[in-house]
Unconditional design. Sequence first.
Length: 423
Amino acid sequence: MTARAPVDRDRPASVSFLGAAELLTPPRGGLDHLRGADANAQRLQSGDLFVRDGRIAGPRAEPDAELVVDASGMTILPGLVDCHTHLPFAGWRASEYERKLRGVPYEQISREGGGIASSARALRESSDEAILAQSRALAREMLEHGTTAFECKSGYGLSREGELRALALAAGLDVPQTTTITALLAHAVPPGHSAEGWMEEVAAMVPALEALPRVTALDIFVESIAFGTDDLRRMGELARGAGLDLRAHAEQLSTMRSIGVAVEQGARSVDHLSQIHPDDVGALGGAQCAAVLLPGAEFLGAEGRAPARALLDAGAILVLATDLNPGTSPVLSLPLVIGLAVRLYGLSTREALAATTLNAAWVLRRHRELGSIEPGKRADLVLLDGPAEQIAYRFGRNPVAAVFIDGRPVHVRPDAQWRLRRR
């Protein structure tokens, strides 16, 4: 179960977007996701858009709509979906970034008590109010960059009580966006435990998830400093038993050959893939398992580079996300991630947009309602102040002029206020 964006009593009953220079629509209706050539076949064409009662009604705008938006010169996109973040968390780890710049490997920082353990201490020592205040502020900034739906993770609890607290905080995060929650119960091996022993603790925690709203998936960090492929199999068993999706941080720092195991276990996604073995790319080609790439972590963490083009050519469901976290990717802007992906991976703008809209919504099982501009879907929309290609070209600039959730304007940049006219 996922949270719906709150419906404002002042939500306009109808909205007409007039004269958009570009309107992003899928190559055909009813697609669950966009593989291969379908991503590039998305249409960016001029036109109008009509919204009624928070739902996309079609291209025929009504001049007497309650709210009229002058979209001339603008691009209308589906709301951006961030399917991999580590909210909520406490504090930041800027000093670790400087150490990494001086050549200290992340594995060494982690073994010396930094990394995940550092964020676990910060979470433990922070009040609920402080954590939620930081998370709300970050969510607001994400909204201003066009993110209308995102995933939250636990993972910094590193104890049964800590993980359940983190999940409860995620459930209590009151923001305009749609949120889903992933229980990253196997993020790091807590002190005093073996990986196998901690997986027993994980198994004991899973029944308690039924009482927490919006938890949709279990997640595991498969890595030399964390958990192995046998633990991934065990997590798959736990996920199936609880009726949850399986997700995995995979092939980030070293080549663990975990992709075949993840696909075998029915994983919804494998995330990172900076060190994926070339022979494992094909396994994702026809699988119902998305390849979630996190270029912010690669750029800031000096990791390898995921083979985005090879994954696309193999037919994988390619997804991009921020990996927003206090250590390896303190990045919250999906337009920035799109810019990185176009430059580092050689993606087209359309391919990057597919990876941050419909494909990302598919990972969160929200693709029936979010992720594309189609009649009947919820009117989560982003208005850019210029052509879509400028997202990557004008790297680092935020091009988002306005954001609508459920047909309601939730963010309008001051210089774009004149474009909205209520009747």
